[in-house]
Design a protein around this ligand. Sequence first.
Ligand SMILES: Nc1ncnc2c1ncn2[C@@H]1O[C@H](COP(=O)(O)OP(=O)(O)O)[C@@H](O)[C@H]1O
Ligand SMILES: [Mg+2]
Length: 381
Amino acid sequence: MRIGIIGAGQLGQMLGHAAHDLGMECIFVDPSDLPPAQECGEVLKAPFDDADALAHLARICDVVSYEFENVSVAALKSISDIVPVFPPPDALQHAQDRLAEKLLFQGLGIPIPGFYPVDGRADLDAAVAAVGLPMVLKTRRFGYDGKGQALIRNAADLDQAWDALGGAALIAEAWVQFDYEVSAIGARNQAGEIISFPLSQNQHVGGVLHSSRAPLEDEVLRQRAEGYLHRMLEKLEYVGVLALELFVANDQLLANEFAPRVHNSGHWTIEGAQPSQFTAHLLAITGAKLAAPNMRGFAGMLNLLGEIPNTARDLAIGTLHDYGKDPRPGRKLGHITVLADSAVERDQQMSKIEKIVNLLSVENVTQAQPEQAKPGKLAQK
Ligand SMILES: Nc1ncnc2c1ncn2[C@@H]1O[C@H](COP(=O)(O)OP(=O)(O)O)[C@@H](O)[C@H]1O
Ligand SMILES: [Mg+2]
C-alpha cells in the first residue's frame, strides 16, 4: 500500500514512521529543503498545489492524504477522480474558513462561543454590540498557533486590532473565560466505523500548544465531546483522523475549532495508546478495520519550541521526539512524551521535566494569561 502525503513536516514524519510499522510506503510532496519526513520516504520537491506533482502523486499512490490545512481544496478536488483523497476535501474546506467552521458547528447543534463576521471597520463595532467584550478578532483563513489573532479587551483596543488584521476576511469571537481546554480526537473509515481516543486536556501559551495530558477522567465531558465528534464525522462523511478543540467553561463545553488531520494534542498517543492517532489515520484512509484504542497508561506531552536544549536530550524520564528541524524562535522542533501508572505520577514527571528543560510551567502559563484559566483550576483536573 502506497500513501501520498501532501506536506512533509513533523506530522508527515510521524505518519511516515507509523506507515513503516504497518508495512506501508509513504511518498510526500513538499517544496522545502530537507523536510522532517524525508527520513521516512521519497519527497517530491514541489509546491503543495503544483498540478503536475499532485497528478503524479495521484497516479503512483493508492490513496492521498495531507498533513496540514493550507492545502488548496481545488488542487485536491482535481486529483480526486484519479485517487481517493482523505480526509474529504469538503471537510478541509470547512476547516479552512473559521466562519464556515462555526456554521457547521451551529448546524450540528454543537455549542460555540458567540461570533460575528467582520468585513469592514463598522462591523467591528457591530461585533462588540453582538458578542460583547472581551472578544478576539481572528483572520478567517490561514491562522495557526495563535497567529492572525488580536485580543480586544476594551474599546480602546479596537483600532489597534483593526490596524493589525483589517483587510483580510475576519471573524470576532467572544473571549471565553474557560476553565481549561480539551481535544477530542477520533477516526472514521469508509465503512463508517468510528473510534475515539480518550479526551486530552491541553494548555496553550500565547496561542501555541504547551502540553497535553490524557486521559481526562470525566465521563460526562467525554460522552458529550464524543457525541459532538461523532456528529461531525458522520455529517462530513469523514475518512481519517479528526481533532476537535473545545473549551470547558463552568458546565459548558464549547467547540473552538477542528483540524482535519492528526493533531499536536494527540502526540501522546505514540507511546500512550494502541493504535496511535497516526496508525489510526493510516488504517482509516486505507479501508482497514478500526479497533478502539487501548490506553497504555496515563500519558503526557510537552512541546519543545525554539530549541531543543541538551537537558532535554539527557533526560532519564520521558521520550524525546526530535523532528530534525532547524532552530528558530517559537518553532515547533520536537516534543517529550511521558507515560505513567497514575495521573499523579504523570504530572510529577511532567513538572520535573518542565523544570529540568526550563519550560514555562503551567502555573506560570496561567499567571501570564490572567484572561484565561484561573490558576488552580487547571491543577484540579
Ligand atoms: N474565543 C476564545 N476564547 C478564549 N481563548 C481563545 C479563544 N480563541 C482562541 N483562544 C486561545 O487561543 C488558542 C489558539 O486559538 P485557535 O482558535 O485554536 O487558533 P489556532 O488555529 O491558532 O490554533 C486556543 O487554543 C485558546 O487557548
Ligand atoms: Mg487551535
